[in-house]
Design a protein around this ligand. Sequence first.
Ligand code: PEP
Length: 249
Amino acid sequence: MRNYYIAGNWKMHKTRAEAAELAKALAAGLKDGKHKYLVAPSFTLLETVAPIVRGTNIRLGAQNMAEAEEGANTGEVSVLQLKDLGVQTVILGHSERRHNYHEDDALINKKVRLALQHGLEVILCVGELLSDREAGKAETVCETQTVEGLKGVPAADLSRVVIAYEPVWAIGTGKTATPEDADAIHAYIRTVIGKLYGGDEAARIIIQYGGSVKPENAKDLMAKENIDGALVGGAALKVETFTPIAKFA
Ligand code: PEP
């Protein structure tokens, strides 16, 4: 039986005071929530948010990390630095990293393996561009990103991997994949995991949907057999919109 997992990606938003206010409101609002939760603030906000969510049912996530433990990597943040702040989970391969900052599957795979070696949980994002979907390539793009992202990841580490299916054309656009379209890709990704790791792992792995999830559409998306939660962007920035998604009935 898979538990729902609702994660908020705050992207490049909020000052420390604003982040503290939101984290406190979420800690209070979700304390009786039944699902698994995460917030992923900017690097500069992690130290502020960490003590607020510590000991609550909200995990602390980062939005990215470097592929190396330390060294001459100007502007990057390492897994050791994230762990030092109490980060438990890292989002990797987000479409904004792939398409705006040109991160490829090989780089993302290095980050995935490093994060797992250090005991972090990884949310690996996959998803097709609109042009891929229109060309009938949505499944193959997601398959390649999943297979390449997980290359060299041992089965023993897979329990700390979550996949987030985020069709790029639905992120921040207000356009949501229909629950049926999203579920079909989730089912396909599950078969890809099955081919790599076997049926038990395929049945167990959490696959979140991301792309304009809102209080109004969360319940219908989560009702689908293969949708196990959400990675939420815009609607994660306000307690009034994240809480009803996190507590969808
Ligand atoms: C995201 O960036 O992961 C995301 C899904 O954003 P939004 O919910 O705003 O579409």
